[in-house]
Design a protein around this ligand. Structure first.
Ligand code: C3B
Length: 838
């Protein structure tokens, strides 16, 4: 970050027509940016050029605030939250920044008065898909709340050249296309080349005695890579704070190339450059699956080392000594992906800054907090010792040292308990030896949290049970939240306006205020407006689906939506079993009265996850049959919308009547889509899993469609010996549905296509679809009944939205600030001549 200590060479007052907010000024700025930045005149400008000019015009209006914010953070005594995350799934910037700056309508008008199509320009933006799903999107919501709450914060991550792949559906199957989000340039980022940092890899270590005869270790790496920071401003809503998201790009240092050129190894030099730059090439597209790939550990270490070195530089610039590092920065580990930071901070403090081990350890523990996001065993990160040693030989030594000291404490507290010792150890020695990253994060942090009440309880009981016994005081729950700016104001302006007309505008930054809507529940006119709003939005989605995917859907039908990553535990295939059940009812009695429904799916599967991809194929195959069967008479429609991303989320959450949150109890850590739906007035059909439990508590059980086994019942049934076969044989309806899939009815007679899926259900059913099937169908039948009474449905819809205050990310961030980070708001004041402009 730029230092503000030096006296500026010249002071310059930014004149009004650079960043002012009069219509004329904005118009001029647009034309100027088109000409001077894009180098285009209207005769040659493409829509993208206009989009870029518009984006620069908006960015210019954030710069003063951004500089001011950064300047304040370099002052002594300001504690900065540093959010370390391998993923930030930001979504499009333009609308969000316009809303946060309070200039959306103004800029839209100006653009239109200039003869341009605002909506077209808005849609041109390539969204930065630098994340897989929930975890990455949560990081983005938290950045929004940190700025809105005026908390000094920096997000640190990776500037992937290729983010999450684009998904196409061909013949019903997912096909992955590389995401080229940077191909036309990114107007929102500013590279800070002068703040580049060096990161070492590989090689060996060497012990030596320093001039004071102290034992020391130095690391002699065999590779050095440069980390170049790219900064993106993160505006807060209705405040001056503009925080920074700093993403690192890997580059090869020139010095290495020179050496190689001199010995004539031209190819070797270029190849090393390519290999170095590969580190930040591509986002790993697995969510919740750990694959022990070396490049992934390189990515993690690369961004964590850059970030910690950056923080140390900032801290030292304040004139502080490293002993107080933890008072300058609260560093949050977003899952274990950045947990190598514990060993890296120790290395920096002990090896590079010569701080004694014990003191360094205190600083480290006081600095870090660790958020766990999943209980799935296949997601827990561990690295083989050999891989670790090759890439980070010094860190492995440090981890051994931490472990030895830690296990010493454990031994003292629990003598003769070798099983406990083996479970707590940072090294898994049960077979091939591994470093356990969750253990490293737990030992190296002063606070550990789960992301919903149930999840935290299960963490304390199972995955981190031994750590909880050892240090119960470290554990707390921080139920997730989502930002109402993006997920209501930006995505659902019609509903936002209706709410604001009724209760004023404060709810946007105080979501509990939505409670006031309950006072209007008896107002028939309000209910009518609410219903009409939902209807209008459903109409827009129907038009979009028709125009983009050629499928005609009935906007009057119940919109039943499941959008999220494809995963067996999320049970999209349970939803399909319901669709086939309804289809079967129609086939058996074509005149049966049923509530018309449109089933909307969206979500990406990890490219190597065969079963998830087969579920996508099943959804599309069932859709082909149902959508084209004349007996159905358009009462059921099934659409799988390709390439689900943040932008599409903004379109679909507002249009949903029913939100499908149907994971096996105990598997979904929290969920955040569940919150976005309910905030927009959808009712939930869901299990007692993750944050569903808390949503149901808030909205009232009478406004929530509950089904399925509880976590306890799932455990019990598993331990008794779960046999899906029994459910299949004892439930004729279920049997018919499964038999129909097996018969090849949805696969042009091919009985093999879906066999892996059907066999997995019949013989294993690890996520217990069969156990929950009947209860799910019964709950869906209640949904059908309820939807027929539109007045009652509307009341439930209003109550859902009105009672979602708890699930604002502002609430979540406040809890982190008070209970983990010890961070307080810092008001950013602007000079008078800027105030009221930009
Ligand atoms: C997700 C979990 O699956 C969700 O339940 C949770 O709401 C979010 O994180 C945010 O906490 N998750 C993810 O997207 N990727 C992982 N690797 C682990 C968890």
């Amino acid at each position: 970050m730029t230092t503000f200590e030096q006296v500026p060479v010249f002071q310059c007052e930014f004149e009004d027509d650079r960043t002012g907010l009069s219509k004329e000024t904005i118009k001029r700025a647009l034309a100027d940016n088109l000409f001077y930045i894009q180098g285009k005149v209207p005769a040659t400008a493409t829509p993208n050029d206009y989009y870029m000019a518009l984006a620069y015009t908006v960015r210019d209006r954030m710069l003063q605030r951004w500089f001011k914010t950064t300047e304040v953070y370099t002052k002594k005594g300001v504690k900065v939250v540093s959010y370390l995350s391998a993923e930030f799934l930001l979504g499009p910037h333009l609308s969000n920044n316009l809303i946060n700056l309070g200039i959306y309508d103004l800029v839209r008008q100006v653009v239109e008065e200039s003869g341009l199509d605002f909506v077209q320009l808005r849609e041109i933006e390539e969204e930065p898909g630098l994340g897989n799903g929930g975890l990455g999107r949560l990081a983005a919501c938290y950045m929004d709340s940190l700025s809105t709450l005026e908390i000094p914060a920096i997000g640190y991550g990776i500037r992937y050249e290729f983010g999450i792949f684009d998904q196409e559906i061909r013949d019903g199957w997912q096909v992955e296309i590389t995401d080229k989000w940077l191909h036309l340039g990114n107007p929102w980022e500013i590279p800070r080349l002068e703040e580049t940092i060096e990161v070492k890899f590989g090689g060996r270590t060497e012990a030596y005695y320093d001039e004071k005869c102290r034992y020391r270790v130095r690391w002699i790496p065999d590779k050095v890579v440069k980390g170049v920071p790219y900064d993106t401003p993160i505006s807060g809503y209705n405040v001056n704070t503009v925080n920074t998201l700093r993403l690192w790009k890997a580059e090869a240092p020139e010095s290495f190339e020179f050496q190689a050129f001199n010995v004539g190894d031209y190819y070797g030099a270029v190849n090393r450059k390519v290999v170095s730059e590969n580190i930040t090439k591509v986002l790993y597209p697995n969510d919740e699956l750990m694959k022990g790939k070396e490049l992934r550990l390189e990515q993690q270490y690369f961004f964590v080392s850059c970030s910690l070195q950056d923080m140390i530089r900032l801290h030292l610039q304040k004139g502080e000594s490293l002993e107080t590092f933890h008072q300058s920065f609260a560093v949050q580990l977003n899952d274990t992906h950045p947990s190598i930071g514990v060993a890296e901070l120790m290395r920096l403090l002990v090896d590079e800054y010569e701080i004694e081990w014990d003191q360094a350890w205190q600083i480290t523990q006081n600095t870090f907090g660790y958020t766990n996001h999943t209980l799935l065993p296949e997601a827990l990160e561990k690295w083989t010792l050999s891989l670790f040693k090759n890439l980070l030989p010094r860190h492995l030594q440090i981890i051994y040292e931490i472990n030895q000291r830690f296990l010493g404490q454990v031994r003292a507290k629990y003598p003769n308990d070798s099983d406990r010792l083996a479970r707590l150890s940072l090294i898994d020695e049960s077979g091939e030896k591994y470093v356990r990253m969750a253990n490293l994060a737990s030992v190296g942090s002063h606070a550990i949290n789960g992301v919903a009440a149930l999840h935290t309880e299960l963490l304390k009981r199972d995955v981190l049970g031994d750590f909880h016994e050892l240090w119960p005081e470290k554990f707390s729950n921080k139920t997730n939240g989502v930002t109402p700016r993006r997920w209501i104001v930006v995505s659902n302006p019609l509903l936002a306006n209706l709410i604001t007309r009724k209760i004023g505008v404060d709810w946007i930054s105080h979501l509990e205020d939505l409670k006031q809507l309950e006072a209007f529940i008896e107002d028939a006119e309000f209910r009518r407006e609410w219903r009409q709003t939902k209807q209008d939005i459903k109409g827009y989605l129907a038009t979009y689906i028709k125009e983009n995917h050629g499928i005609e859907v009935n906007p009057e039908s119940l919109f039943d939506v499941q959008v999220k990553r494809l995963h067996e535990y999320k049970r999209q295939h349970l939803n399909v079993l319901h669709i086939i059940t309804l289809y079967k009812r129609i086939k058996d009695n074509p005149n049966i009265e049923i509530t018309p429904r449109t089933f909307i799916f969206g979500g990406k599967a990890a490219p190597g996850y065969f079963m998830a991809k087969l579920i996508i194929k099943l959804i599309n195959s069932v859709g082909d049959v149902v959508n084209n069967d004349p007996d159905v008479r358009d009462r059921l429609k099934v659409v799988f919308l390709p390439d689900y991303n943040v932008r599409f989320g903004q379109r679909v959450y507002p249009a949903a009547d029913l939100s499908e949150q149907i994971s096996t109890a105990g598997k979904e850590a929290s969920g955040t889509g569940n919150m976005k739906f309910a905030m927009n007035g959808a009712l939930t059909i869901g299990t007692l899993d993750g944050a569903n439990i808390e949503i149901r508590e808030e909205v009232g059980e009478e406004n929530f469609f509950l089904f399925g086994l509880t976590t306890e019942q799932v455990y019990e049934l598993k331990s008794k010996g779960y046999n899906p076969w029994d459910y299949y044989h004892n439930n004729p309806q279920l049997k018919q549905v499964i038999d129909l899939i097996s018969s090849g009815f949805f696969s042009h007679g091919d009985t093999n296509l879906f066999r892996p899926l059907v066999d997995s259900l019949l013989y294993h059913d690890p996520y217990m679809l069969f156990a929950d099937y009947q209860s799910y169908i019964d709950a869906q039948d209640q949904v059908n009944q309820a939807y027929r009474d539109q007045e009652h449905w509307t009341r439930m819809s209003i109550l859902n939205a009105a009672r979602m205050g708890k699930f604002s990310s502002d609430r979540a961030i406040l809890e982190y600030c008070q209970e983990i980070w010890n961070a307080v708001p810092v008001k950013i004041e602007l000079e008078e001549y800027i105030q009221g402009r930009a």
